[in-house]
Design a protein around this ligand. Structure first.
Ligand SMILES: C[S@@+](CC[C@H](N)C(=O)[O-])C[C@H]1O[C@@H](n2cnc3c(N)ncnc32)[C@H](O)[C@@H]1O
Length: 309
């Protein structure tokens, strides 16, 4: 808990201020994210699901007695699409490890999946995929899933470090399906993060409730405005919370966090990928690309990779 407090305090006392996006996902945050995935403006989930719906017969992964490890599994709706393409015999011998920082998301997805699919086992792992890969069991051949362009939350350095860690975690013969959101028309991108029902704004502001609980502060989400825009130089959507007035917050009766009116807290980056970015990411990862699946507009891609040695 001290590490978590320290991590958040560091972000709120540097310039410019930030809160790491992993703090979005308490029970309410996971629920709001699930609502976002159904919004008409939010194309990534719909587009990626369209790709995943028919993908299994096109990949050469041998699911017999295998394990699927899904990193940042969330509501597990995408794994349902994959299970639906497998036979009952294969499912009966399959092990599934949903991995997420959100206990609520893991618990809910296990309940939902167990109702619909009879697997050998489903074991949820509540852990941080940046630092705790070593806790993932290694006793079977594995298909890793890292979907939803969650890797887009990392900047280039972080994403290469993540892929490096994943490479070391994977055994030769293990495979990975990696979902990446692509650079596209700015209006489409910005609309996806500024929905007309304000769900993304609520999701963004919910991070302050999480911070309040951890730091014992009382930031009022209504004192902040949701702001999301495409930074063309960096090819990323940025989400911010902009203070609508001067705000002072005392922590432990000694540390003072202060925000000036119009000052923002940076809460998320969502990088969008070009062909060149994908090429560089996979080259540095030392995994071999076997196939690239994209929708007809090339808005989203799912890359199928293998560790060969
Ligand atoms: C953008 S959502 C994607 C969810 C789902 N994979 C999808 O495609 O819809 C990111 C997911 O990663 C989880 N997450 C974020 N940071 C994490 C971390 N450091 N370790 C483990 N899970 C994390 C969140 O709880 C959330 O479920």
């Amino acid at each position: 808990m001290e590490d978590v407090r320290h991590e958040i305090l560091t972000g709120l006392t540097t310039q410019p201020k930030y809160i790491l996006p992993k703090y979005f996902y308490d029970e309410k945050g996971s629920d709001l994210f699930e609502q976002i995935t159904f919004l008409p403006e939010y194309y990534p989930t719909k587009t990626e699901k369209q790709i995943l719906k028919n993908l299994i017969s096109h990949i050469d992964f041998d699911f017999n007695n295998a394990a699927i490890v899904e990193l940042g599994s969330g509501d597990a709706s995408k794994i349902s699409l994959i299970f639906s393409q497998l036979t009952d015999e294969i499912l009966a011998e399959l092990t599934y490890y949903p991995v997420d920082i959100s206990y609520a998301a893991i618990q809910q997805s296990i309940t939902d999946l167990s109702k619909h699919f009879k697997l050998k086992s489903i074991t949820g792992l509540v852990l941080d995929f940046n630092t705790q890969f070593h806790l993932i069991p290694q006793n079977r051949k594995r298909l890793f899933l890292f979907l939803g362009s969650t890797i887009g939350n990392f900047d280039e350095k972080e994403r290469h470090r993540f892929m490096e860690n994943l490479y070391h975690e994977m055994q030769p013969g293990d495979h990975l399906l990696l979902g990446l959101d692509r650079v596209k028309e700015m209006a489409i991108l910005e609309k996806a993060y500024n929905d007309s029902q304000g769900v993304t704004a609520r999701f963004n502001k919910n991070i302050l409730r999480v911070v309040n609980r951890i730091l014992d502060t009382n930031f009022n989400p209504d004192d902040f405005e949701h702001k999301a825009f495409f930074n063309q130089k960096q090819n990323r959507i940025e989400m911010h919370l902009v203070a609508q007035k001067n705000i002072q917050m005392m922590i432990d009766k000694r540390l003072n966090i202060s925000l000036k009116q119009a000052e923002s807290i940076h809460t998320e980056n969502s990088y969008k990928f070009t062909d060149a970015d994908i090429e560089k990411l996979t080259r540095n990862s030392r995994l071999k690309i076997k196939q690239v699946f994209s929708d007809e507009n090339k808005w989203f891609s799912v890359i199928y990779l293998v560790k060969t040695n």
